[in-house]
Design a protein around this ligand. Structure first.
Ligand SMILES: O[C@H]1[C@H](O)[C@@H](O)[C@H](O)[C@@H](O)[C@H]1O
Ligand SMILES: [Fe+2]
Ligand SMILES: [Fe+2]
Length: 310
């Protein structure tokens, strides 16, 4: 899918180039990144701008309610507990494709833009990237699997509440940045007034690397864990994209850069490519699953074992 570049997107791009985000780094990122290979639509299928969290309507009110509960409950201690529990990978054994199919039983209440089954979103994202970056097969597969962690909502995976699975993510253990969506609801989060956690660096040190930063628990962190622990051969940039794709404060607002190391700076360039496809490919354009399945099966075989522990 190739859509036309609209003004807001260009503005955003200009911004990023000014902030040096899209400057090519030793040929690491293909050229169409800087020149704008992907063209994003202005409005979603509901006729609103994408991620218009401040609009007042019924759908957006329930999204705000989602974030209110999310922001109160995602604490440092909660994430620590969840990571310990899910690190065990003792919930299920299945292939990547089986998980894609399972995901169709999932509804994401945090998403103001998506009205399609989850597998459509995975394939729309992957196919859009594939069109613009035909040689980066690892990125196609990354797109296909990036939201698989949403199976945490299903009974076999602990049936976690929405606030513990979906939505934007943010670091714990240091101050919440004001750019995080519906920031005001953090005021009732127990970590908000904890002096250990409410300074700019909190428990971290400058440049410590995002790998060492605890982020709110959800489908990103879980899928990252599953891919890594099952020995995927996907490159580090893929794992970075999976783990931080919901980290809008970082990849879109530019917050928390002081915690990044050099590796993160490189990986962030890929994430900034990815996020556009993740967000703007959400549309009613259906992908023929059976037609594209053989291609994705070949990628799964290349980068993953046949069965994974979840
Ligand atoms: O509503 C969404 C959705 O749940 C995503 O899958 C995600 O990655 C987000 O960042 C988010 O805000
Ligand atoms: Fe996601
Ligand atoms: Fe997504």
């Amino acid at each position: 899918m190739t859509v036309l570049i609209e003004q807001p997107c260009l503005e955003e791009r200009k911004d990023q180039v000014e902030k040096n985000e899209l400057i090519l780094d030793g040929g690491l990122v293909p050229e169409n990144v800087a020149t704008g290979g992907f063209n994003a639509p202005n409005i979603n299928d509901f006729g609103e701008s994408f991620r218009a969290y401040d609009v007042q309507n019924e759908r957006l009110k329930s999204v705000e309610e989602f974030y209110r509960v999310n922001h109160i409950n995602q604490t440092y201690d909660f994430v620590k507990k969840m990571r310990e529990e899910y690190m065990k990978l003792d919930k299920m054994e299945m292939s990547i494709w089986e998980c894609c199919e399972l995901l169709n039983n999932v509804v994401d209440e945090s998403d103001p833009d998506l009205d399609e089954p989850q597998i459509e979103h995975l394939l729309q994202t992957a196919e859009a990237i594939r069109k613009d970056y035909p040689d980066e097969d690892w990125l196609h597969l990354t797109a296909l699997i990036h939201d698989l962690g949403k199976v945490l909502l299903l009974p076999d995976f602990g049936e976690l509440p929405q606030w513990a699975v979906v939505g934007d993510i943010f670091p714990l253990g240091c101050a919440f940045d004001e750019s995080i969506v519906h920031y005001k609801h953090f005021k009732t989060n127990p970590d908000f007034n904890n002096p250990l956690y409410n300074t700019m660096n909190g428990i971290y040190s400058e440049g410590c690397g995002l790998e060492n930063v605890m982020v709110s628990w959800g489908h990103d962190d879980y899928m990252h864990m599953v891919a890594k622990k099952n020995g995927t051969t996907l490159p580090p940039a893929a794992l970075f994209v999976i783990r931080f794709h919901s980290f809008y404060a970082l990849h879109s607002a530019g917050a928390y850069r002081h915690l990044m190391n050099e590796e993160d700076v490189k990986n962030l360039k890929w994430l900034q490519i990815f996020r556009k496809y993740d967000l703007y490919s959400k549309s009613k354009v259906r992908v023929d699953v059976e037609e594209v399945k053989p291609y994705y099966m070949s990628l799964i075989e290349k980068y993953f074992p046949e069965k994974l522990k979840w």
